[in-house]
Design a protein around this ligand. Structure first.
Ligand SMILES: N[C@@H](CCC(=O)N[C@@H](CS)C(=O)NCC(=O)O)C(=O)O
Length: 202
């Protein structure tokens, strides 16, 4: 059976949990407690050389990095497909996933890092900058949706990447202005309604 090295609050782990659930694949969750720094245990470093989650073991084939893992799952278990069929759609999906990985998620991580500190030690400017960057990302999402239900036309790994972060918008009290970002607000509701959203929470 597939083993996923994961930590419930990790957004990158959730990205893979969602993909596995969407593909209907059975998997065993092996929790790596980041709060206890278990990701840096010598045994775990043999699985993930950078000491991070997620990592995946598919019958002895071990890989890491949420984007690489999800691409592997798509290649190895192609049905149901989580990527558009055409090259243009695939490129668009990959660009949006990269945007989530390198911008949207990074801003979320900045806020989480500050929230973990005692209230008096938090860098309010860093939090405000990150929140502004997240809201700015809605502009791009709104443009990409362009009348479609999902970012690259059909539901794809790009949507899954953002899905992993949606709970944080509520936790950080970041509103999605439905007047300005109507398509984005509807897309978020659509993603949250998928069974894999609730099922991937842990
Ligand atoms: N590019 C990697 C990033 C993985 C990553 O940043 N994981 C975080 C949790 S979401 C982690 O393990 N942090 C603990 C650490 O870096 O020590 C991926 O997408 O899997």
């Amino acid at each position: 059976m597939i083993k996923l090295y994961t930590f419930p609050p990790s957004t990158n782990s959730r990205k893979v949990r969602i993909a596995l659930l969407e593909k209907g694949l059975e998997f065993q969750r092996i929790n790596v407690d980041l709060s206890k720094r278990e990701q840096k245990n010598p045994e775990y470093l043999k699985i993930h050389p950078f000491g991070q989650v997620p990592a995946l073991d598919d019958e002895g084939f071990i890989i890491y990095d949420s984007t690489v893992i999800n691409e592997y799952l798509e290649d190895e278990y192609p049905y149901p497909s989580l990527m558009p069929k055409d090259s243009e759609g695939r490129a668009r999906a990959r660009l949006m996933e990269d945007f989530r990985d390198t911008h949207f998620n990074v801003s979320c991580v900045h806020i989480m890092q500050e929230m973990r500190k005692p209230e008096g030690e938090r860098d309010g400017q860093r939090i405000d900058n990150a929140k502004a960057a997240i809201i700015q990302a809605f502009d791009r999402i709104e443009t990409e949706l362009n009348g479609s239900e999902y970012l690259a036309g059909s539901f794809s790994l790009a949507d899954i990447a953002f899905m992993a972060n949606l709970e944080l918008l509520e936790r950080f009290a970041i509103p999605v202005d439905a007047g300005k970002y109507g398509q984005t607000a509807a897309w978020i509701n659509r993603l949250k309604a998928r069974p894999s959203f609730a099922a991937s929470a842990t």
